[in-house]
Design a protein around this ligand. Structure first.
Ligand code: ADP
Length: 262
């Protein structure tokens, strides 16, 4: 059963925010027989456009798997994934590769920058590979906002961890993707550099209308989001709007206590 997908950037008849990505009854299983692991167990989730969504849950709860399935980096065992008006499930590899390249931005824990290229060359790389013209005014705006200033000609090894992650964030934003997926994007940074990156992601949602989905286990990182979705054992068990670090921490303790009782 499929519900209608509201086209990207539009509001539905009730005035609710548009849906950027959607999972319907998604099951993802690894292995078979005795070694079968169900990483996602009939997951339904809507990711609102122009919102910052955090995905949380204990280790092994399926956070990365859900992100990979939503981003078309992994295939589902059953169910459907939609990105805007496109159903990902059923696309051929080549079409998926093109969709990821043209419509999705990624920020991973390891910054994934090419060591031989300068910061600005790394930022432009996805557009250069796609043969897409670079919007110079936009690029300037992104680079200014990320605050890389005079570091653009430097190679990654000449930059701090925080600066490298700012390059990775600028690279994701520069192409103006429909949606950006981050997997623990501040996991390798000290708290000050992490706060800078998270503040920047927040601003890109508020000021640039970017849609962001971030996997994290850090309540402080999650508090930058508009909404937190909680996973446990491959299922969505709860969600919270306008999270604070304290409220997220309390909710996590609650899950831990329940987990120990069951
Ligand atoms: P999280 O990101 O919440 O830590 P994951 O999505 O990485 O959780 O993993 C969910 C479950 O799926 C875990 O039990 C994990 O061991 C299993 N899993 C993830 N990837 C694979 C894989 N490639 N092969 C087998 N099992 C996997």
């Amino acid at each position: 059963m499929t519900s209608a997908v509201t086209p990207l950037g539009q509001r539905d008849t009730e005035g609710k925010a548009a849906v950027a990505a959607r999972a319907r009854q998604v099951v993802k299983a690894y292995g078979s027989g005795d070694t079968r692991v169900v990483a996602l167990d009939h997951v339904d989730v809507d990711i609102a456009a122009e919102e910052f969504t955090a995905i949380m849950g204990p280790s092994g709860s399926g956070k990365s798997t859900l992100m990979h399935c939503l981003a078309g980096l992994d295939t589902v065992s059953s169910g459907e994934i939609h990105l805007g008006g496109t159903e990902l499930t059923g696309l051929k590899d080549k079409q998926l590769t093109r969709l990821r390249r043209d419509r999705i931005g990624f920020i991973f824990q390891a910054f994934n920058l090419l060591p031989t290229l300068s910061a600005i060359e790394n930022i432009r790389l996805p557009m250069d590979i796609a043969g897409r013209p670079v919007d110079a005014a936009w690029l300037h705006h992104v680079v200014e906002t990320v605050g890389l200033g005079d570091r653009l000609g430097h190679r990654p090894t000449e930059l701090s961890g925080g600066q490298q992650q700012r390059v990775a964030v600028a690279r994701a934003l520069a192409a103006q993707p429909e949606i950006i997926f981050g997997d623990e994007p501040t996991g390798n940074l000290d708290s000050r550099a992490g706060a800078e990156i998270l503040g920047f992601l927040r601003r890109s949602v508020d000021e640039l209308g970017q849609t962001i989905v971030m996997v994290t286990h850090d309540p402080v990182a999650a508090s930058y989001a508009d909404r937190v979705v909680y996973l446990a054992d491959g299922r969505i068990v709860d969600e919270m709007r306008s999270p604070t670090p304290e409220a997220v921490l309390d909710r996590m303790k609650d899950f831990d206590a329940r987990g120990r009782r069951s």
